[in-house]
Design a protein around this ligand. Structure first.
Ligand SMILES: *[C@@H]1O[C@H](CO)[C@@H](O)[C@H](O)[C@H]1NC(C)=O
Ligand SMILES: *[C@@H]1O[C@H](CO)[C@@H](O)[C@H](O)[C@H]1NC(C)=O
Ligand SMILES: *[C@@H]1O[C@H](CO)[C@@H](O)[C@H](O)[C@H]1NC(C)=O
Length: 363
């Protein structure tokens, strides 16, 4: 085979190509090569290849792992459907609250009243009363039994051996709102809301009250914390809280053992459109008055609640994780969280990270 000879390089396999045609061909080839080598081309190629690789990685990860379940959770946790009241500058009807605060300024601030709700559980009531009245609690002014059993006549009022009067108050109707009613006969600003099956040891009760005075007059102060967290769909979910390092917060205190300033009870019972609707909701479901009071307190003050323990653990006849852990119960409580947030038009609860416990840490 004869290789063509010209001033350009010889090209094998095209012996019949004329010299000028060959030159044009070579020029075009050089141009193409130039483009392939150009910076723009390389950048485009890099982007296209990277995108493809990322896409493949995402598809593979989604197929092979449960990221499909985790992803909405991650997104959901940043996107509650109902925004917090703080982010909306909502703090409720402050005029109603200011009036309530002014109304009770004259009540004693260095004593407290126990408002204990009971319904057809004379044994528990008796045991609880016996326990808390058995020792001197210097600041305990009065015990009011909120008697919700309208069929049965309550026992007679009496005075304990330490001089604490015990008064049975028959409710207007069997309603959970009755415990949260600001009785005009109360003589103290501090009300310890409680049920007949749970109490602080008398020695600790005075300590918890003094903690309320020092740290918690604008908060709910009590024994059992609960949590509202955002679920995978951006809804609020009711939980027992978690002490995992990355969580370690709470935003509600149950009102089965909880100090409240009487002005929060006044707001809860006030004749405003929202509170009327909330109380009706509580009566319809016979549930969630405690969640509603937590909403009221955090809405008005912008503060979270405060968990306080005595030296010993509080006493609870019914284990807190007994009937209340049932799935239906948790779902109903979660529904209350979301329905109340809609009614308040924002989520008022505020996270708290610390609690108070009686005693010293000797290091
Ligand atoms: C809330 O109030 C702050 C300061 O008064 C203001 O900067 C912010 O825009 C307000 N946010 C909303 C949602 O109104
Ligand atoms: C409580 O116990 C006492 C005896 O310790 C008894 O006399 C009283 O009737 C009991 N009350 C109720 C409501 O059970
Ligand atoms: C509640 O307010 C409405 C009007 O705002 C009034 O008509 C009604 O009498 C009030 N109810 C009570 C119990 O005060």
């Amino acid at each position: 085979m004869i290789l063509g000879k010209s001033n350009g390089p010889s090209y094998a396999g095209t012996p019949n190509m004329s010299a000028s045609k060959m030159e044009v061909y070579l020029e075009q080839a050089k141009l193409r090569l130039g483009f392939v080598k150009s910076r723009v081309f390389r950048r485009i190629a890099t982007i296209v290849v990277s995108f493809s690789l990322i896409l493949v990685a995402i598809i593979l990860t989604a197929r092979l792992t449960n990221v499909g379940e985790v992803l909405p959770k991650v997104l959901g946790s940043f996107l509650p459907k109902i925004p917090t009241c703080a982010s909306q500058n909502q703090s409720g009807e402050q005029d109603v609250w200011k009036k309530a605060e002014a109304k009770y300024k004259g009540l004693m601030s260095d004593k407290f009243t126990i408002a204990m709700q009971t319904y057809q559980r004379p044994k528990e009531l008796n045991d609880t009363l016996k326990a808390i009245l058995s020792e001197d609690v210097p600041s305990l002014h009065e015990v009011v039994i909120v008697w919700n059993d309208l069929e049965t006549k309550p026992p007679a009022n009496f005075v304990s051996k330490f001089g604490v009067p015990v008064r049975y108050r028959v409710s207007k109707h069997n309603s959970l709102n009755e415990k949260l009613w600001p009785d005009p006969d109360y003589k103290t600003q501090a009300i310890l809301l409680s049920d007949d099956d749970v109490y602080y040891h008398p020695k600790d009760l005075e300590f918890v009250f003094q903690s309320w005075r020092k740290f918690g007059q604008h908060r709910l102060v009590g024994a059992l914390a609960r949590c509202a967290t955002v679920d995978a769909y951006g809804n609020w979910a009711y939980t027992f809280c978690s002490s995992k390092v990355e969580e370690d917060i709470y935003d509600m205190i149950l009102t089965n053992l909880c100090f409240s300033h009487i002005s929060f009870l006044d707001y809860y019972s006030s004749n405003t459109t929202t509170m009327n609707a909330i109380r009706d909701y509580v009566d319809e479901g016979f549930n969630c008055e405690d969640i509603a009071l937590n909403y009221v307190q955090s809405l008005l003050t912008g503060d979270g609640p405060l968990l306080v323990q005595g030296r010993e653990k509080y006493v609870n006849f019914v284990p807190s994780k007994g009937i209340s852990t049932k799935k239906g119960h948790m779902a109903a409580r979660s529904r209350c969280l979301n329905d109340f947030a809609k009614m308040f038009q924002c989520m008022p609860l505020v996270d708290e990270t610390a609690h108070i416990q009686k005693g010293v840490l000797v290091m």
